[in-house]
Design a protein around this ligand. Structure first.
Ligand SMILES: [Zn+2]
Length: 329
């Protein structure tokens, strides 16, 4: 566990540094704990609130990483993005945050126990992205999530895990109360494939979600007006279906609650998964196939380049929070 702990400490130090750099514009909250390890350890889960209180309510966006403990590239992309905003304080997004036009909430590491133990699942062996209880119409055997045992990967768990409940609370406290028309939330993962995918709901079914048209409009805008043509947009089920996706559950909950209360009816909750393809550099570093974290993370030489390349994408995603869907072209 020692090397994993060191890695986790390094990330936590970077989170502290960002909170310090951000001054009054950043608030660091200890928001909950992970499930316990066999030895009885629990790891803190942090939330960063970025921007003025008014913007956090009226122009809110979100970023999450570290749902899977081995996909550390996602955590580094998130931290690099925040470093980039606050280290030089010259970007357009920094100005917008300062002016109260954009507010961002982050969970840099939802599964700190998985990072410390160097595994995909949480300390109880549950794959958080199979844990929501949503049943897929038809999911691939095993990989799509199973209920056999936590000794195998992709285990769904019997109950909603502490980490999943932290995400629930985060959703209720921030996204459900936000008043902007488009509430973009990016959850950063890695692995599987040679291109970077951007997925919207659903993971559980090929049925289009109610915001399918809006998601397609965003994809068109990103590809054609903002030049993000290296990202491949689409509903997650186009790539593969799974049981228990946490975003499927929260997305449906948002529709249900806003339908019942009609208080924030015009707002759209737009969860997107950025799945960074890390197989493209296997030819540079063929040995990565044999390393545990290998297939989920880019080769060392191209790592920094890969991390930096997502700054503009995340910037443009966060800026959706201050736009109207009619501004998309
Ligand atoms: Zn993942």
């Amino acid at each position: 566990m020692l090397r994993g702990m060191k890695r986790l400490n390094r990330y936590e130090n970077r989170i502290l540094k960002i909170a310090k750099l951000g001054g009054k514009l950043v608030r660091l909250k200890q928001y909950g704990f992970s499930t316990k390890t066999e030895e009885g350890f629990r790891f803190p889960i942090y939330v960063l609130e970025i921007g003025k209180p008014k913007a956090l309510k009226k122009n809110l966006a979100g970023v999450i990483a570290g749902v899977h403990g081995l996909e550390t590239i996602g955590i580094r992309v998130l931290l690099d993005f925040l470093d980039y905003i606050f280290a030089r304080k010259t970007s357009v997004l920094y100005q917008e945050i300062k002016n109260g036009e954009v507010g961002i909430v982050c969970i840099p590491i939802l599964n700190p126990g998985g990072v410390a133990l160097k595994r995909r699942s949480n300390p109880k062996g549950v794959d958080l992205m199979r844990n929501s209880g949503v049943e897929a119409v038809k999911a691939p055997f095993f990989f799509g999530g199973h209920k056999y045992s936590n000794i195998f990967p992709y285990y769904r768990g019997k109950v909603l895990q502490t980490e999943s409940r932290v995400l629930d609370r985060f959703f209720h406290e921030y996204f459900l109360k936000a008043e902007n028309e488009m509430i973009p939330v990016v959850d950063i993962h890695s692995g599987f494939g040679v291109v970077d995918h951007v997925w919207w709901p659903y993971a559980s079914t090929h049925e289009p979600c109610v915001d399918e048209t809006l998601f397609q409009k965003i994809a068109f805008h990103f590809t054609n007006s903002l030049n993000h043509f290296l990202y491949r947009f689409g509903p997650q089920s186009e790539t593969y279906t799974t049981h228990g996706d946490l975003w499927d559950r929260l997305y449906d909950r948002f529709q249900k609650i806003t339908h019942e209360t009609r208080t924030v009816q015009k707002s759209r909750f737009l969860p997107l998964t950025l799945e960074i393809g890390t197989w493209s550099d296997i030819n540079i570093d063929p040995l990565k196939l044999f390393r545990k974290r290998g297939i989920f993370n880019p080769a060392r030489e191209s790592k920094q380049k890969s991390i930096v390349s997502h700054r503009k994408f995340l910037t443009d995603m966060m800026r959706l929070a201050k736009m109207n869907s009619s501004d998309l072209s």
